[in-house]
Design a protein around this ligand. Structure first.
Ligand code: GUN
Ligand code: ZN
Length: 433
């Protein structure tokens, strides 16, 4: 028997498929066991079935009454915006102008960047998020600071240097060639170093010249296993601006398509105002949508259309979009996603929301088998949720007759308080006090 084997007893939930398209989408072991060795999953199953085969004398960590599931994956957020979360402005463009750009200015200072990155990662872990796709700033130093802090915690994180060479303050501007050269150096330094993965990150079409988008597309072709992340079709004023800036494009999304920025591992934030051909193109190219409900409601950007995205077969995930998003918690993000779906005439069952926050995100990022579920050999990033975390949650949970009701109560009433512990690669990285 391995001396490093670890066993956790709890209710265990994880996904194999999207509940919207399969009625055998998940495994639920009410009295379950998760076995971990060397930072990887060995098995997840019924306690009664797995326990007899355990080596004698193995201590089983007892989380009975709690729920173990894969760590949450947040597919779109900005670490430099931590200190300006909940800043008031009437819409995206004034918000960027008034708060975002001045805040991002300080991230050329490595000490400042490191301090914010540390807080940001600890806050994610407190909320049960073990993987995120993160925007840094235009400064190379912000990327180094982020990945150093992430490596210190041994986290599976994706991040990249923001590219922007126009329509932004001079103090945040790179150049088409300089920005892409810096990105390539950062790819060589960080991509696949430990658990770090790199995302080529043009902020959004308005702040990159056609020359910069062209070079970003070429860089993405030269490094096909890197990620691409950007914003698309978020607010109406932004969409009108893109129309002016790129009169030759069929649509906002088509701007990115024209520069070769749509492909597997490309993740597009928001996707609110996409039309039919856009959604079809997302699916065709294997590009994924990161749905950011707390941000979209906060800025008044609009409501994501789950039914249209599903009809086209677009890979979907949920994201906080901190600091336009108003919470680091994926549970709170589900709460708002549910309401956005209702307002748009769609319906999101809780099991689907937990899928989107775990395996759905891993699939969107082409990381299935590495993170997102408890397949044998997957990285042991998992969380322990406590349905008794607050008096109200405990009272409601007591009256839940079905798994769907329990998950729904956790999504609607839960936040960081519901996360009892967070494990990364089999090591506890957060414990609620
Ligand atoms: N579009 C371009 N930059 C940003 C940003 O920082 N946040 C959001 N929500 N949208 C953007
Ligand atoms: Zn964003």
């Amino acid at each position: 028997p391995s001396p490093t084997l670890q066993a956790y007893r709890a209710s265990v939930l994880h996904f194999h498929a999207d509940p919207a398209f399969s009625d055998q989408a998940f495994d639920w072991f009410e009295d379950g066991l998760l076995l971990v060795d060397g930072g990887k999953v060995v098995a997840a199953g019924d306690f009664a079935k797995l326990a007899p085969a355990l080596p004698g004398g193995l201590a089983v960590l007892d989380y009975r009454g709690k729920l173990i599931m894969p760590g949450f994956i947040d597919t779109h957020l900005h670490f430099p915006q931590t200190d300006m979360i909940a800043s008031p402005a009437p819409g995206l463009l004034p918000w960027l102008e008034t708060y975002t750009f001045p805040t991002e200015r300080r991230f050329g200072d490595p000490a400042h960047a490191r301090g914010v990155a540390e807080f940001f990662l600890d806050e994610l872990l407190r909320c049960g998020t073990t993987t995120a796709m993160v925007y840094c700033t235009v400064h190379r130093e912000s990327v180094d600071a982020f990945f150093e802090a992430s490596a210190a915690r041994n986290l599976r994180m994706v991040a990249g240097k923001v590219l922007m060479d126009r329509n932004c303050p001079g103090f945040l501007r790179d150049t088409a060639e300089g920005g892409v050269r810096d990105s390539e150096e950062l790819i060589n330094k960080w991509h696949k170093r430990g658990r770090a993965l790199y995302a080529i990150t043009p902020r959004f079409a308005p702040t990159s010249s056609p020359a910069q988008l062209q070079l970003a597309g070429e860089l993405a072709r030269a490094h096909p296993d890197t990620f691409i992340q950007t914003h698309v079709s978020e607010s109406d004023a932004e969409c009108a601006w893109v129309k002016d800036l790129f009169p030759g494009a069929r649509s906002y999304l088509d701007v990115y398509d024209g520069f070769g920025l749509m492909r597997p591992r490309a993740v597009f934030g928001h996707c609110i105002w996409l039309d039919g051909p856009d959604f079809a193109r997302m699916a065709e190219t294997g590009s994924a949508a990161a749905v950011c409900p707390t941000s979209n409601l906060f800025l008044g950007s609009g409501l994501f259309d789950f039914d249209r995205a599903d009809a086209a077969g677009v890979p979907l995930s949920l994201a906080t979009d901190v600091g336009a998003g108003t919470s680091f918690s994926m549970l709170q993000t589900m709460n708002e996603a549910y309401k956005v779906a209702r307002l748009k005439g769609s319906y999101l069952p809780a099991v689907r929301m937990f899928y989107l926050a775990t395996l759905g995100a891993a699939r969107s990022m082409q990381l299935e088998g590495t993170i997102g579920n408890f397949a044998p050999g997957a990285e042991a990033d998992f969380i322990v949720l406590d349905p008794q975390a607050t008096p109200l949650l405990a009272r409601r949970a007591q009256r839940c007759a079905k798994l769907e009701e329990l998950l729904f109560a956790l999504a609607l009433l839960g936040d960081d308080r519901a996360v009892l512990a967070t494990y990364s690669a089999g090591v506890k990285v957060h414990q609620r006090r």
